[in-house]
Design a protein around this ligand. Structure first.
Ligand SMILES: Cc1cc2nc3c(=O)[nH]c(=O)nc-3n(C[C@H](O)[C@H](O)[C@H](O)COP(=O)(O)OP(=O)(O)OC[C@H]3O[C@@H](n4cnc5c(N)ncnc54)[C@H](O)[C@@H]3O)c2cc1C
Length: 349
């Protein structure tokens, strides 16, 4: 076990392990390393960019509503993420980090019960589509238009990795069979293993939601179009246009499906006929970490040797992980801070 070189609390501060190198893991690792200097943070993961689910996500900052999380908390997650990414989009780091403003519309076959999503006043310029604008989409009767952000994780993850290293963080490649195996070596374990939490946290509420996309070359497309059901979308990006998609619950297949590709091209062409002239560059499949609600909370476990490690969970973001990663990372960091306060009640943190 040479990579666990030091035992925990060895005089170099509190040892924190963050498990997972997707957008949730790296966001959390950066937040802990930058905000809690008394911690020495190591990120452990079996897969890294470009091989995580996060890497292929279209990365549009839009969220669905989770049923059991107070809306106020969901709003905070969304706003914190939006503000964080907006600051990057407006800085010299934007191209390197893969973060850009993105405008477009979300369209509905029937008007929704809530015509404004909870984040309507966080994105910019939110309004309903006019009748004239809606004529573009004969199958739809209602639409919203706004400016949001696109965060391309294939660039953003390596950028976060560099930021984490700069903050003193360390990275280890390792497949874990349980969180307890880290207990003898770390004081606090932050679980950001996405779908891996089904096993690592023994959580039967976690399930895959398979998503296939098609990458096309269509540089004339500049505005996104999203069907509100989340299965048909056109998201222009910095290097290619992402056409989607599928939402297949309980489906673990990682290979691209020719029938899905055909369906995606057909549905997207109904939204925007010029898609038929786009050159297909490739396909990609990812498994969203589905769960009724994201789990962002503390738990205390006991290791085999009887030494407890504090555990903070941050997983289960479904189709909203890029959007909510920074907001939930800040919450997870507060939970790590509360662990530190229990461990060292006199310390100023
Ligand atoms: C087609 C598609 C389009 C999407 N579009 C969007 C979008 O537009 N906007 C949006 O907000 N979200 C979108 N998503 C959702 C988003 O991709 C996910 O919510 C997000 O990637 C989840 O991030 P994560 O870090 O939790 O998981 P992951 O990226 O899956 O990372 C999990 C990490 O944990 C590690 N791990 C797991 N098990 C173990 C283990 N046993 N030992 C060690 N390490 C382990 C993995 O190796 C990996 O590094 C999309 C998803 C798909 C599939």
């Amino acid at each position: 076990m040479e990579f666990y070189a030091e035992q925990k609390s060895s005089g170099r501060g509190v040892k924190v392990a963050v498990v997972g190198a997707g957008v949730v893991g790296f966001s959390t690792a950066v937040c802990v390393a930058e905000n809690l200097p008394s911690c020495s943070v190591t990120l452990l993961s079996d897969r890294f960019s470009p091989d995580t689910t996060s890497d292929g996500a279209a990365g549009i900052i839009i969220a669905q509503e989770f049923p059991d999380i107070p809306l106020e908390r969901q709003r905070r997650w969304f706003r914190d993420g939006f503000d964080h990414l907006l600051a990057i989009a407006q800085s010299q780091h934007a191209p390197e980090a893969g973060v850009l403003l993105s405008s477009g519309c979300q369209i509905f076959r029937e008007p929704p019960a809530n015509k404004r999503p909870y984040w309507w006043d966080i994105v910019f310029g939110f309004r309903f589509l006019s009748e004239r604008e809606l004529r573009r989409f004969p199958e739809h009767t209602f639409g919203q238009t706004f400016t949001s952000i696109k965060c391309e994780c294939a660039s953003y993850l390596p950028w976060l990795h560099r930021r984490f290293t700069k903050a003193g963080g360390k990275v280890e490649q390792k497949k874990l069979s349980s969180l307890e195996e880290l207990s003898p070596y770390y004081d606090i374990i932050v679980n950001c293993s996405g779908l891996g939490s089904k096993e690592l946290a023994g959580d039967d509420g976690v399930y895959p939601v398979r998503g296939q996309i098609v990458k096309v070359d269509a540089p004339w497309l500049q505005h996104f179009i999203r069907d509100s059901d989340g299965t048909s979308y056109i998201y222009p990006g910095s290097r290619y246009v992402t056409l989607g998609g599928t939402r297949q619950e309980g489906d673990w297949r990682m290979g691209a499906d020719a029938g899905d590709t055909e369906g995606i091209l057909e549905r997207c062409a109904r939204l925007e006929p010029s898609v038929r002239r786009a050159r297909v560059l490739g396909q990609w499949v990812g498994l969203r970490p589905g769960r009724r609600n994201p789990r962002v909370e503390r738990e205390v476990t006991r290791s085999g040797g009887g030494r407890g490690a504090h555990v903070v969970h941050n997983y289960g973001h479904g189709g909203n992980g890029v959007t909510l990663a920074w907001g939930t990372a800040l919450d997870a960091t507060s939970l790590v801070r509360s662990c530190l306060q229990e461990m060292h009640p006199q310390a100023k943190l």
